[in-house]
Design a protein around this ligand. Structure first.
Ligand SMILES: [Zn+2]
Ligand SMILES: [Zn+2]
Length: 280
């Protein structure tokens, strides 16, 4: 076989393999999550069901950045999302930046459709991109993170979870942020060595117990006196980011902030009917 023919044969094999894989994926997706699969094949908006795009312009325009900044743990209003003085006494996280309200239908639909079937994870990059206007509005964050030489770290998934899902949603967001804020990115040093059960149906106490001691740091030296921006898709009670922040601080990090695409801002005393699906 000459080089050109061999090249063609290889491309054909790759194309066929891709088509077969797509068919397998589409078949299992449509079984698992038919409504979303219908949207994919019929080119309707995931959010309103109208139009010809996956997210129509009207729905995309409704994705507005949050104006309110609160303590990540008690939801008291604080400047720039700093952990309030009471919560600082028992938490490692210095503060949390939250881009969007999870009660915004466009935001919650995008996050759910990315993390769960049909796994439209490129939409997370699209939502991350909407943070540009958030950072333009609130220049404190970009100045603070840049001046203090923060390193971005995605919340890791366990090996089992990665094998199951095939990607880490926090890494997708972290990579978009890295380009936007021009900070360093480290996706390797923080690992999740314990495969925990889903936090979805757990109360705050059980979430803390479930996630406890599940993260570890590979290279402690690389963290010495470093300031870290932990990235996640969603904050529900803050148990996951707090556990990761504790692990980083124990390993030598000087300061840890979190950034999440969204959170539900309802008071904890009245949990929503559809509590956001968190975590891993
Ligand atoms: Zn729409
Ligand atoms: Zn607080």
């Amino acid at each position: 076989m000459d080089n050109i023919n061999r090249g063609n044969a290889i491309s054909l094999f790759i194309i066929n393999k891709k088509i077969i894989n797509n068919l397998i994926v589409m078949t299992s997706l449509s079984r698992l999550f038919k409504p979303f699969a219908d949207f994919l094949t019929e080119n309707r908006c995931l959010i309103c069901g109208k139009g010809r795009k996956l997210i129509c312009q009207e729905c995309e325009e409704k994705i507005a950045p949050l104006r309110q900044s609160v303590c990540p743990f008690c939801l008291k209003i604080t400047s720039f999302g700093h952990t309030c003085s009471d919560c600082q006494l028992k938490h490692a996280l210095k503060g949390a930046v939250v881009g969007f309200d999870y009660q915004n239908k466009a935001v919650s639909t995008i996050i759910k459709a990315s993390k769960y079937p049909p796994f439209l994870y490129p939409l997370l990059a699209k939502l991350t991109n909407h943070l540009k206007s958030f950072f333009a509005d609130q220049s404190f964050y970009e100045n603070y993170f840049k001046t203090n030489d923060f390193t971005i770290m995605p919340i890791p998934l366990s090996k089992q979870k990665i094998a199951e899902r095939g990607f880490n949603q926090s890494e997708i967001i972290a990579s978009g942020l890295q380009k936007m804020l021009e900070l360093k990115l480290d996706s390797k040093n923080l690992v999740k060595h314990k495969d925990t059960i889903s936090q979805v149906n757990l109360n705050i106490k059980n979430r803390k117990t479930n996630i406890k001691n599940s993260f570890s740091v590979i290279n402690h030296q690389a963290l010495k006196n470093k300031k870290i921006l932990l990235v996640d898709d969603l904050i529900t009670t803050g148990a996951t980011i707090e556990e990761a922040a504790k692990t980083l601080k124990r390993a030598g990090a000087q300061e840890v902030w979190a950034l999440a695409l969204a959170r539900n801002l309802r008071p904890r005393s009245s949990p929503p009917m559809n509590s956001p699906k968190e975590k891993n």
